[in-house]
Design a protein around this ligand. Structure first.
Ligand code: SF4
Ligand code: SF4
Ligand code: F3S
Length: 269
């Protein structure tokens, strides 16, 4: 891909904490600067944009018009649907209106993070703003989801690179998740699995079993029902990073709807 051919990416933020972008900022292969200067043309992104206000909105509209049918739309954050969607507005438009407008002529739509995938944290009961994910808000079944809170940046980058290389999206499961990343249970690749099989469990944070690295199932670990590649790909950098269970915290199932935010660990006792 030459610089001239860098594909346009429009990135929207809605109800979110920007943790997905923060996670991507820490990627190493490629780094974000290489990604946005050499591989893609990031034409709209509220966190890393130099422009603001009308100038930023004009850049988005210009990029969409120039790359009609060819740009990639990435959505970070949930979309509030209650009361006409008034609980999140950008440039005078509701999140729903803006997403609908940008998705209409996109080559593909990627929902990054659990918020954009199905509502995530903002949709936690009682969900006062009627938050939901991109696919449900738009009523579309062809949205790619990269859930996680935050998601692993390499799962997002690999999806984008696959799209740029082959001109099509990778294989997806019935929740829109790329199967290369979400095809196996955390529990199947966990370094504590031998302890689970042998019946050795940590019973309290800081107890002797916890200090010895025993299985965290009895502390609420959701690894046996959570599909993601966290134990094999790790966070912060491949090979040198870590992941929740690796640091001694149970998996909360952040990549799974109806696990991570509806059955929080503190509610287990
Ligand atoms: Fe933040 Fe998690 Fe939502 Fe990403 S998915 S924006 S990290 S709350
Ligand atoms: Fe399974 Fe969690 Fe125990 Fe790992 S810590 S073996 S994922 S239950
Ligand atoms: Fe989320 Fe569990 Fe991975 S909490 S980051 S799916 S280990």
């Amino acid at each position: 891909i030459t610089k001239k051919e860098r594909p346009s990416v429009i990135w929207l933020h809605h109800q979110e904490c920007t943790g997905c972008t923060e996670s991507l900022l820490r990627s190493e292969h490629p780094t974000l600067d290489k990604l946005i200067l050499d591989i893609i043309s990031l034409d709209y992104h509220e966190t890393v944009f130099a422009a603001a206000g009308h100038q930023a909105e004009a850049a988005r509209k210009a990029a969409m018009a120039k790359n009609k049918g060819k740009y990639l739309l990435v959505v970070e954050g949930a979309i509030p649907m209650k009361d006409g969607g008034i609980y999140c507005k950008i440039g005078g438009q509701t999140s729903f209106e803006l997403t609908k407008e940008c998705a209409a002529d996109a080559a593909a739509v990627v929902a990054i993070g659990s918020c954009a995938s199905w509502g995530g944290m903002p949709s936690t009961p009682p969900n006062p703003t009627g938050s939901t994910g991109v696919a449900e808000a738009l009523g579309r079944k062809d949205i790619v989801t990269i859930p996680g809170c935050p998601p692993n940046p390499y799962n997002f980058l690999a999806t984008v690179v696959h799209f740029l290389t082959f001109g099509k999206l990778p294989a997806l499961d019935d929740k829109g998740r790329p199967t290369f990343a979400y095809g196996r249970l955390i529990h199947d690749n966990c370094e504590r699995r031998a302890h689970f099989d042998a019946g050795r469990f940590a019973l309290e944070f800081g107890d002797p079993g916890h200090k010895k690295g025993y299985c965290l199932y009895k502390l609420g670990c959701k690894g046996p029902e959570t599909y993601a590649n966290c134990p094999s790909i790790l966070f912060n950098d491949v090979g040198t990073g870590s992941w929740p269970v690796g640091t001694g915290h149970p998996c909360i199932g952040c990549t799974e709807k109806h696990i991570g935010f509806e059955k929080p660990i503190h509610a287990l006792a």
